[in-house]
Design a protein around this ligand. Sequence first.
Ligand code: KG4
Ligand code: ZN
Length: 357
Amino acid sequence: MKQKTLTILAIETSCDDTAVSIVNCKAKNKKLKAVFEVLSDVVASQIKIHARYGGVYPLLAKREHQKNLPTVLEQVMKKAKNPKLDLIAVTVGPGLEPCLWQGINFAKDLSKKLKIPIIPINHIEAHIFANWLNQEQQIMNNQQLFPAIALIVSGGHTQLVMIKDFGKYKILGETKDDAAGECFDKTARILGLEYPGGPAIETKASKANRGPSSIILPRPMIHQKNYDFSFSGLKTAVLYHYRQQSLKTKKSQKYIKAMAAEIQNAIIDVLISKTFQAVQDYQVKTIILGGGVTANNELRKRFRQQAKKFKICLLIPDKKHSTDNAVMIAITGYFQYLKNKGKNPGRIEAKANLRLK
Ligand code: KG4
Ligand code: ZN
């Protein structure tokens, strides 16, 4: 492999973040060993706009992407000191279709103008590759990363994925209803906490009394011998518990904190149990975490403790790149480019339900 450095412009608009980045990517001899220098990395968050609705409102998000993209591009180009770009990487799915099209059409116009190719990117795969930033040493020192198990936990997805080798994925299990992030968001809403619910629940949970919980919630599907998840029953259990309380209790911080801690623990218990079951069943070498929910400190701590017990390599993205960003899109674009160099990527279009293969 040539030691060529590529400067990649990456665009991510699959949900409610307009993210653009410019990353210098340079290969190191071996497959999947590379160094990445982030020249600029901007995320224009729409949280304040969607908070009013308690969730993402697709057509509003689309309009915001349209408005934000030119400004964010200008910002990243300026920050990176207007480098010569070699390639554009853009998220094509999964995600909200109108939002995906905004990024894709913007990338296509730019590609024509700059006469550089576009690489279509799978958002889920990008959450996996977010780990290739800042963990070069761990990855380089590791003689063998694969087979690996990836746990993707975001607002839209909860999937356990077997990675036999680079680019060879098999979905072992996934949520049958709500995603883990969605469960954080919906239960936070029940408790009257702000959107997004994950960080809000985490903050309240961190202030709860330590020790045995006064509230016991279910751990859905934890004992089932498969790798699937289900979080809507947990949300319903929270709703019923909350409804049964007096107005005074509902408003009491003690109750909210205890409930937040129990919700967080219930979700983490299930995620840990299923992931480590897969680790044992498939004798993997590495666990790779990805997606917004992995920004959660308690989850990071619990996975680290368990990985230590199992003596298994664990990759967790840095917090900034756990949630949606465009650096992960650039990194994935780089590996995809190396793999498919010269091949026509075909028609680049939004694929709302794109799956890992
Ligand atoms: O990956 P992401 O940014 O967007 C999607 O691809 O969906 O994930 C967003 C999700 C939201 O549901 C949000 O509540 C959750 O990640 N999240 C968290 C935390 N930060 C974000 N969940 C738990 N704890 C957090 N600290
Ligand atoms: Zn995401």
